[in-house]
Design a protein around this ligand. Sequence first.
Ligand code: DGI
Ligand code: FE
Ligand code: FE
Length: 198
Amino acid sequence: MDKLEQIKRDLYAQEPRRIKHIEGVAESAIEIKNRHFPQISDETALCAAYMHDFTKEYSKEQHMEIFSRYGISLDECELASEKLWHAKSAYALAKHVYSLTDDICDAVLYHTTGRADMAPLDKVIYLADYIEKNRTFVDCVDVRDTYAMLCEKREPTALDSAILYSLDLTISDLLESRRIIHRDTFEARNYLIKEGIQ
Ligand code: DGI
Ligand code: FE
Ligand code: FE
């Protein structure tokens, strides 16, 4: 059995509530990578998509067990923001259980915050996660429509612009709800601004 089949089998066996979302991310990831990075294989994009929220429903105890087993430490922001944990635990499983390549593990690790100078697969998964078709939140619909419009106009920076827009909306949302903003989220945004993306 190949790795993708193994991941899907284990994911479906968990009966995750978010399977529709994960399938939506897989579909969007294929579309986005075919448009911007056709050199990325379907298998690579799909492994990252199916892994990205693998541990989203895990309990605090399950997360702690994974972090201690694989020697993963949490920084101050991460300790205070439980929503950030699933990216780190899914990364640990991607690396140590499924032995996925570094590009896939990184895309899983940075799928929630982004990071400065995101790799092609990081960008594919970050945007696919935000705009997949089952998301109905107004900000997601807005980024989905904006990205579609930029692609329609053959804007060369469509992907980076859409990512920058989604980072801005995420940061605004975190500010409004008085939540901690991780430095990777800021750095992802600042990097794109410095690159001249609008
Ligand atoms: O797992 P998903 O719901 O599919 O999406 P996700 O992994 O992008 O998680 C989105 C949540 O993560 C959303 O509630 C905002 C939150 N988030 C993103 N960046 C940060 C953050 N939360 C904190 N506290 N700090 C961040 O920098
Ligand atoms: Fe997630
Ligand atoms: Fe997700």
